[in-house]
Ligand binder design. Sequence first.
Ligand code: DLL
Length: 433
Amino acid sequence: MILNTELESLSRESLEKLQLERLQSVIERVYSAVPYYRKKMDDAGVKPSDINTLSDLSKLPYTTKEDLRLNYPFGLFTVPMDKVVRVHASSGTTGKPTVVGYTKNDIETWAELMARSLASAGADRGDMVHNAYGYGLFTGGLGAHYGAEKLGATVIPVSGGNTKRQIMLMQDFGSTVLLCTPSYALNLAEVMAEMGVDPGSLKLKVGIFGAEPWSSNMKTEIENKLKIDALDIYGLSEVMGPGVSCECIEGRNGLHIFEDHFIPEIIDPETGKVMPPGEMGELVFTTITKEAFPVIRYRTKDLTRLSGEPCACGRTFRRMQRVTGRTDDMLIIRGVNVFPSQIEHVLMSVKGVEPHYQLIVNRKGALDTLEAQVEVSEDLFSDEIKALEGLTRSIEKEIKDLLGITCKIKLVEPKTIQRSEGKAKRVIDNREI
Ligand code: DLL
């Protein structure tokens, strides 16, 4: 279902007109309200009056996580604090978190975009939305919560953790829509099996999963295990939170970006040049309606490509392909670039291999080594050593053939890899220590 038919199916021409007006207004605002943005623009020799077409966007300097860090916590807010009704924060791997803020209108816009996302995945009023995204500083829980309420569905604000109780509530309340990370969805499936709960006996019909990369094989795995449709939702705190883009149930091929609020660009992460349409590169966003914390050309580090192909759902917004990696989670193993999702893809295509794995990177002398610890099913694990060795070798060969790297495979017993309650930790890189 399209929630906002007028805006979600605007012609390209009308959309671009709207985007330009909004872009000009946000550039004026950040230039006059935030000394840091003003200085960056002055240094780049660009004034708000230089933005006369959408392609003038490329004259503006990029914003990076480092800029946010330098202005920690509220330095890039464009409104006084008495207009900020909420803050969220995302934890980085090191140091201080990234802090973001919202006015009342921002919260309203976010709820609308999250409601649009849920509707695009087939949810509606009358649905029981089991929201297992974490509540708190993380944007997932509250972001999805307000959206589900806005849609008119019933929200179960269960947050993460206490998996057995979650399953009991799903059974008793008749949850129809599941919101959580894809890794937690698998955790739920596994605990259901342990409890003897048949997922087919639940009322669940669709899951809207995001907040971490997941391969298309992982999607199939979730769909088979939970007996639901699994759709992808994307977002990041700096740009808003969940609901920047979402897959629709009709198309199921890429995530529509809510382009009336965000302008996406794809750039070459090395050179910073804008890529030709359809090419793969780093996703960059400019928010054109946010009041408290607009970002201009924010470099997400997420890798994807955009497509402007028409979609069966009737939305005219461009789609981004599933994000399978970030420029900063790319591993360089003996000179070869490899993303954890590429290894996941190979692992998940092997029968008997479970969707629970962890990659361990070490340095021996000058050489990097990569090991994938991956769980296999109970049946497989109790097989003869010879059969397991054969399987190990065939996965290693498949990875070598496909990715050109040597990855040592270690098959481990079921339930040895730590289960996720939010974003899964897939890589342990011992090289930094
Ligand atoms: O993860 C917001 C969110 C919550 C999105 C719930 C979807 C559902 P952050 O914690 O700031 O915000 O992390 C943002 O997570 O830059 C991506 O690298 C990754 N990410 C988010 N959604 C997806 C997805 C939330 N669908 C970072 N596929 C982003 C792949 C994703 N990666």
